[in-house]
Design a protein around this ligand. Structure first.
Ligand SMILES: NC(=O)c1ccc[n+]([C@@H]2O[C@H](COP(=O)([O-])OP(=O)(O)OC[C@H]3O[C@@H](n4cnc5c(N)ncnc54)[C@H](O)[C@@H]3O)[C@@H](O)[C@H]2O)c1
Length: 444
């Protein structure tokens, strides 16, 4: 599409569609909004908002007066009258919890019929929340089947998640934290760049699936944060501790608490503090007859993650395992509750031959700082330790990378192509170290 975007169609006059339509009209675009419910279309054509939301009455009345905002029930007409279509239909839960994608599939067919007779290039942008892969596997095929045309060459498709919150939807739309647009073909993103020019926040251009997943990651995280705050508050209240004071101090830490810290997928957590303190907190809650399902789920979730590492090694069907990194994180020789110690024990139990390298642990052992722990608590693990990375990696068929303390270059220099690498530390940033043919990230 070479010419500037002049007109927009919006499918679905619910919360997202109404706000999208009214805000684009406010920015000066001609907007036609489509809904299967004629009452909503009628309301819009009388200058009334179909939803109760601060600012919407004014924006809809303004768009109506300026003749920039009108509704219709005919998808073909709306596609013909616009350059870009935004899909904002519902994706509610079925009884089982499964996402109901029927509205999206139907609107895909209806827009597709409109595309069939369309001469100029058209971009279809999905804003409805869709599970990763749905735009590609369901929506695009519906568009293509109905139009007889090909996505990518004959029309464009993009996914652009919406992050607005009801109650502040207009403000959120006009000032989003960021804008995410996903597409297979960057040409599809050109009209979106134009539409979002001047909108505050960063514009991320990515794949369809990443854009789809970001929305779910955001909503799941927000839900976890709320449940976490409520569980911590409930426990504090029962303990007679001032919840507000705790929250105020807790949230003031933007280095470890309210930050990207601890949000990189990687190895299971461990060490001498997190598991112990979670256990103590949960034990106290139990004494108080409090159920804290979110906090109770954390240690089982961590154990499951460790099990995934065991399974990844066993799936290779190779028995000689080299573990690189034994302590729970780089820069320490503390082995208490190290997940890698657990991993080594599990692999030994599965009949694997295990050798382990950890520079800090070996040095600590020589200096005596962790010698007693190794000799008395995990003597069978201690005997597997080697001071030579080359020896541990060289003698292994599978290498489990459990620490970032080993540099990528140093590790790559020891690897052979026929070896398997299971990466728990995200050391390689999605690259195959040393040209190995089998590289697997634990959760990437
Ligand atoms: N509500 C929110 O705050 C919010 C925020 C971000 C994302 N989302 C997501 O955006 C999507 C829409 O949410 P919503 O709350 O606006 O939904 P909603 O149920 O309020 O509105 C959906 C609208 O689509 C209409 N519709 C259904 N099929 C249609 C078709 N074939 N053609 C035209 N219109 C059709 C319905 O009649 C309805 O008016 C969902 O996927 C939701 O998860 C919602």
């Amino acid at each position: 599409m070479e010419q500037a975007v002049q007109a927009i169609s919006v499918f679905g006059l619910g919360y997202v569609g109404s706000v999208t339509a009214a805000c684009f009209a406010h920015r000066g675009y001609r907007v036609v909004a489509v809904d299967v419910n004629p009452a909503k279309v009628e309301a819009l054509n009388s200058g009334r908002s179909t939803i109760l939301e601060p600012g919407m009455d004014e924006l809809v009345a303004e768009g109506h007066r300026a003749c920039r905002l009108h509704g219709c029930t005919d998808a073909t007409e709306a596609v013909a009258q616009s350059d870009v279509s935004f899909v904002c239909v519902g994706t509610p839960s079925l009884r089982s919890g499964r996402m109901d994608s029927s509205q999206v599939e139907r609107v895909g067919r209806e827009i597709g019929l409109g595309l069939k007779s369309k001469k100029s290039h058209h971009l279809v942008v999905v804003r409805s929340t869709l599970l990763p892969g749905t735009t590609r596997s369901l929506f695009i095929p519906a568009l293509e089947a109905a139009s007889g045309k090909r996505a990518g060459s004959d029309f464009g498709v993009a996914y652009n998640p919406e992050f607005m919150r009801e109650g502040t939807a207009v403000a959120d739309f006009l000032e989003p934290p960021y804008t995410v647009v996903g597409a297979d073909d960057v040409r599809a993103l050109k009209p979106l760049r134009e539409l979002y020019r001047g909108v505050p926040g960063r514009l991320f251009e990515t794949s369809l699936e990443v854009a789809e997943m970001v929305k779910y990651a955001s909503n799941a995280f927000h839900a976890v944060k709320i449940a976490f705050a409520n569980e911590v508050g409930t426990l504090a209240k029962q303990l007679g501790v001032d919840t507000q004071a705790v929250v105020e101090i807790f949230t003031s830490d933007t280095r470890l608490n309210i930050s990207a810290a601890y949000l990189s997928p990687g190895a299971a957590f461990g060490g001498s503090c997190l598991p112990k303190d979670l256990r103590a907190l949960l034990h106290r809650a139990k004494e108080l007859d409090l159920r804290l399902p979110l906090l109770e789920a954390v240690l089982p979730s961590n154990a499951e993650h460790l099990e995934r590492a065991v399974e990844a090694v066993l799936r290779t069907r190779r028995k000689k395992v080299g573990i690189v990194g034994l302590s729970f994180k780089a820069g320490t020789d503390d082995l208490r509750e190290s997940p890698q110690v657990e991993l080594a024990k599990r692999l030994l139990g599965e009949g694997c031959e295990v050798r382990i390298w950890d520079q800090a642990v070996s040095l600590g052992r020589l200096a005596g700082s962790n010698r007693r722990f190794i000799e008395e608590v995990i003597p069978h693990i201690g005997s597997l330790l080697s001071g030579s990375l080359e020896e541990v990696v060289g003698g292994a068929e599978v290498i489990v990378v459990g620490t970032r303390a080993v540099g990528r270059e140093r590790l790559a220099a020891c690897l052979r192509p026929e070896q398997s690498v299971i990466d728990l530390a995200n050391l390689e940033k999605l690259q195959r170290p040393g040209g190995v043919q089998h590289y697997e990230g634990i959760c990437w």
